[in-house]
Design a protein around this ligand. Structure first.
Ligand SMILES: [Zn+2]
Length: 524
């Protein structure tokens, strides 16, 4: 397919274009456009392109680097003053890497919180006190607001949750678009004729990671889906062997919620699933283990599709909130809770009506209080009950704190809130939380916990084609992680590795070189 400029002339450099229906945004390489005889000028206004023959570049040159012939990338050479160099070799190696373009970070700063409502008494009858209240940002449209609250769910499903909502035919969410640009190893597949299970009797599981270390110190995520209800369980894990602990929890939880014993467990042939310890759990719980065919995700489609949805949801939530990558675990839990509780599935008992995955698994008809749902990272003000204040009650005492809403505490009517000043997670009753919809405190980097300033841009290295060595170094992967990443994503490129001194190479990719590791380190 050929592409044309607005003036009707053919645009060079785009003569191998394939349109894929399912991609929501297209990417193009500037290098290829330049190779085709164009000159591209980027500035804060936008992008202008010129045909090289019609263009003369004038002005005082600020920096000039030749294009790398081998990698076709554009290096930028910069230096540090000598005394600032702490580790000469590493710094010299890292500063030669050109970072990718920054993600869009436009935002309007949150307004200072008005005074706490006059209704906050230092009351003793806290159980009767209900502060739950929401301030909505001026200019935030109803559809944007509800779409964000529901974890960026698609419009088709949003209409099931809010049947009266007026949705435009084409709804565009920039976070969804950006959150879905990645190379994902598991393509979505169409459901064929499959066995239908009762809720609670068949579970499929899937491991993902390693990711950037998350706030709780985990780097893996394991997802379980109940195939009868599509209800999801997700666990953050420090090591894949945490599977044995979490599997027992899922078996118990699933039985308690559905009232049925688990009969079938489905997974791929990953090490932990093939271990003796896993087999022992299957045997003692009288569960049959079925493996998917190697390299064929279609034999385990539900969990693969759910994994993709969750992964994209985490990307989108982090982007919208501008939260550090190490908050992926909280964002994942937030997404899982939202998916499990939104009434988006046709309700077999009430044709034309919709129920949630939770309703299907438990058989309960209790609807979710939709007013409780909030977008990940929303600014909140939380009331601190008198008893919980340090040193009792005296003037100047903190009676409230500001935070970012991280999610829901599964078994109690509480939010998980990141206390911005104390830099820790607090569990706060819905009733003591005032939400400021449309405001996201992590848009101010000053609100980030300082160690997070060193987080990689993306929580997972696999969803991006090219990483600079500096970005790679931020994941702090050990030898096992490195091996796993390159086995899962053989097309991943870490830029300019070959130029690095051996010592640096070995510290960045521990055990990778000269250990007989069969992974590939591609250099473009
Ligand atoms: Zn969205």
């Amino acid at each position: 397919m050929l592409l044309y400029a607005p003036n009707g002339s053919q645009f060079p450099g785009f003569d191998q274009v394939v349109f894929a229906k399912n991609t929501s945004a297209k990417l193009a390489a500037v290098g290829e456009v330049c190779d085709a005889g164009m000159v591209c000028v980027f500035d804060k206004e936008g992008l202008r392109t010129y045909s090289a023959s019609d263009c003369k570049v004038e002005g005082k040159i600020f920096t000039h680097d030749a294009r790398d012939k081998k990698t076709k990338l554009y290096p930028l050479t910069l230096f540090r003053k000598k005394k600032e160099i702490t580790d000469v070799e590493i710094q010299a190696a890292l500063t030669t890497c050109v970072e990718g373009p920054p993600l869009e970070r436009k935002f309007s700063a949150p307004e200072p919180i008005k005074q706490m409502p006059a209704s906050i008494p230092d009351a003793t009858e806290l159980s009767q006190l209900n502060l739950a209240h929401t301030y909505i940002k001026e200019g935030l449209s109803e559809i944007d607001r509800l779409h964000a609250k529901c974890g960026d769910v698609g419009i088709k499903y949003l209409k099931r949750v809010f049947p009266d909502i007026k949705a435009p035919k084409k709804y565009r969410c920039k976070y969804c678009i950006e959150g879905k640009i990645h190379k994902f190893s598991h393509p979505a597949c169409a459901p064929g004729r499959r066995t239908v299970y009762l809720p609670g009797v068949s579970i499929a599981a899937d491991h993902a990671g390693p990711y950037a270390l998350c706030t709780g110190g985990s780097k893996y995520s394991e997802l379980f889906i109940d195939e009868g209800s599509d209800y999801l369980f997700a666990f953050r894990q420090k090591s894949k062997t945490d599977h044995y602990r979490d599997l027992r929890l899922v078996i118990a939880e699933c039985r308690a919620l559905s009232g049925r014993p688990l009969q079938i467990f489905r997974s791929d042939g990953d090490g932990t699933f093939k271990s003796a310890e896993h087999a022992e759990i299957m045997l003692s719980e009288k569960i049959r283990h079925e493996f998917s065919a190697p390299y064929d995700s279609d034999t385990n489609p539900k969990v693969e599709r759910a994994r993709r949805t969750i992964f994209e949801g985490v990307c989108t939530a982090l982007l919208r909130a501008n939260a550090p990558a190490s908050f992926w675990g909280e964002a994942e839990a937030h997404k899982i809770y939202t998916i499990n509780n939104l009434p988006t599935q046709p309700d077999p008992k009430n044709p034309g009506k919709y129920a949630s995955r939770w309703n299907s698994l438990t058989g309960s008809e209790r609807p979710l209080n939709l007013a409780r749902l909030q977008a990940f990272g929303t600014l909140v003000t939380c009331y601190i009950p008198v008893k919980a204040r340090h040193e009792g009650k005296h003037p100047g005492q903190r009676r409230s704190f500001q935070g970012a809403l991280l999610g829901y505490e599964g078994n109690s009517p509480c939010y998980r809130i990141w206390d911005l000043a104390a830099r820790k997670v607090r569990i706060v009753s819905y009733n003591f939380t005032i939400c400021h919809e449309g405001y996201y405190p992590f848009h101010e980097k000053a609100n980030w916990p300082p160690p997070c300033l060193e987080d990689p841009v993306l929580f997972s290295p696999i969803n991006d084609g090219i990483l600079s060595t500096r970005e790679w170094s931020k994941y702090k992967f050990d030898a096992e992680d490195t091996k796993e990443i390159f086995a899962k994503s053989p097309g991943l490129v870490v830029d300019r590795v070959e130029d690095l001194p051996v010592v640096v190479k070995d510290s960045l990719f521990p055990g990778f070189f000269g250990s007989g590791c069969v992974g590939k380190l591609l250099i473009v």
